[in-house]
Design a protein around this ligand. Sequence first.
Ligand code: MN
Length: 508
Amino acid sequence: MSVSDPRKIIIFDTTLRDGEQSPGCSMHLGEKLDVAEALEKLGVDVIEAGFPASSEGEFKAVREIASVLKKSRVAALCRCKREDIDRGYEAVKDAVHPRLHIFLATSPIHLEYKLRIDEETCLVMIETHTRYARSLTDDVEFSFEDATRTPLPFLAKAAEAAVKGGATTLNFPDTVGYATPAEMEEMISFVRANVEGIDKVTVSVHCHNDLGMATANSLAAVRAGASQVECTVNGIGERAGNAALEEVVMALKTRKDTFGCRTDIDTKRIYPVSKLVSSIVGIKLPPNKAVVGRNAFVHESGIHQHGVLANRSTYEIMDPHEIGMPENELVLGKHSGKHAFEELLSEMGYSLTPEQAAAFFPKYKEIADRKKEVTRSDVDALLSGAFRRRVKRIYTLKDYEVTAYKNSASCAVSLEAEGKIHSERMTGDGPVDAAFKAINSLTGRNFKLMDYQLHSVSEGKDALGEATVKLVFPESGAMMTGKGVSTDVLEASLLAYINAANKLLQED
Ligand code: MN
């Protein structure tokens, strides 16, 4: 493989399907659309939008995502069933580039205990359903669930059945995160050498991180000739998650010398997209997370600092600019005007309408007045809600007042809904408890608090507080994440609770 003519690797992102279905990661429709658009701008080739047959809401979300994406392919996941394929096709058929993605397990343990079918039936199901899907669209991916625990000779037969049925992409998932890099390489090499017609289709992998090997396994498959990698932003996904998009892409770019491959990802957008996803799902990244963690480019030891000052490449293998990570944290002050604010927004990769920028300027000014220095993190926190422009505000916080003693507090909250102001006072164990109870009473809903986190956005005693709240509707089990930002932590908490409540009420 020559470095001057690198092989293209297709990036298939499943943040909206595998990522979204993992615990605590559910997204509101508006948020899914924002993520989908951000992924398209990032240069993702295939976006898996969801699993349409799983619910009415999921079907609607996939159909809407399919209608906004122009460049990226939009994949719908379907079980190996005619009804699922019909439903999947219905959801993506109006996309510019639709893809049907069918899966069926092939490992002995899944065939025997989960599907209760024999190998022969499995092969027939693969071929028949692939052929049916191909009668609807010409882009069909088939996934052999639990491929890494499937004996290679049978896996090759399954692959052949899919090729005969007309599949255009064959995906070999390490569903349970069990394989080692050497085994991945062996599996991909085996199918490439033993399946008739495989040279005419795309070979793909989908790796899970149960043993921390998802990225290494994906790259091993690439070395063996796979040309599509399935991954998620920040590695979110079932259990320990999926291969992280940012790791796979930056490994291929940084080590082009050894892989001889390229992607069409605009790496400068990696950091903003990572921030967007982490903010929407309300999961903070560990500071030492590869590529996008807060400390990924921080040098603490004196020897390292000295080296970096003399020449960055002494201890840095990537340039933080390459992934769009801002170097300088300090940005604007109290006297910075509207123009500076707007320039910063576009430099940070936000594309706001003039109305949105105008609406945010007073909020920015308010923070600038309360704090001396406004940092990029502050602006990110402030705008994390702006992206979710499609989340309708049913309730808006108008006012609050709190009195607190040791272990007891009373909080009065005023909310506006449809032009009317409603107020309620409640008592609780503490101010946050009292405030949340008041909101439940005002909305007449029994929202249950599943998770509540408070972080400071930047450093210093005047730092902004960012609250993240996960709420569920006990009746339906639906869960949503809400966020709020303020220099006052109680206000941040109230805003977060109301934000989550507004989302749940729209899903209702
Ligand atoms: Mn998966």
